[in-house]
Design a protein around this ligand. Structure first.
Ligand SMILES: [Zn+2]
Length: 146
């Protein structure tokens, strides 16, 4: 497993470098082998190359640019979402747990107000004064509601 992660990192590095320099034949051999065993790297390299080709095509032929931006943005966005979901899913789970915790604590706080035993000072103090809602006069001032 460890060597595979290392291989992926090397593959990624080489796939970036091959745009700038000619790879040596052992490096090319490594990439070919890794592509065969690692679907993930092969796929991401294919996507990167596709985006690069589109960028080249657009810079060479200005006519191609019609709708080109959208296509590139869509590809990048789809890849981003995939990556960031993987990256953020622990954070999302954490946020969900935090939400549940907050919700639970709100329920605990509001319980004495509802059907709790008599003599709850907090609830009495709050209900002491009648709540006055401001008169918004929505009918007169908001013609878009009619
Ligand atoms: Zn890999």
């Amino acid at each position: 497993v460890n060597s595979r992660i290392f291989g992926c990192r090397k593959f990624r590095r080489l796939s970036h470098e091959q745009a700038d320099r000619e790879l040596t034949s052992p490096e090319r051999l490594f990439m070919r082998r890794h592509r065969d065993v690692c679907m993930e790297c092969a796929k991401s390299e294919r996507n990167a190359r596709m985006a690069l080709d589109m960028l080249r095509a657009a810079s060479l032929e200005p006519q191609v640019a019609q709708g080109f931006d959208e296509r590139v943005i869509r590809i990048v966005r789809v890849r981003r979402v995939g990556e960031s979901l993987g990256y953020w899913s622990p954070a999302i789970a954490g946020a969900a747990i935090a939400c549940i915790a907050i919700f639970a604590s709100l329920q605990l706080v509001s319980q004495p107000l509802d059907g709790g035993p008599s003599g709850t000072p907090v609830g009495e103090a709050r209900l002491d004064r009648p709540v006055e809602f401001p008169d918004l006069e929505l009918d007169q001032n908001a013609p878009f509601l009619r």
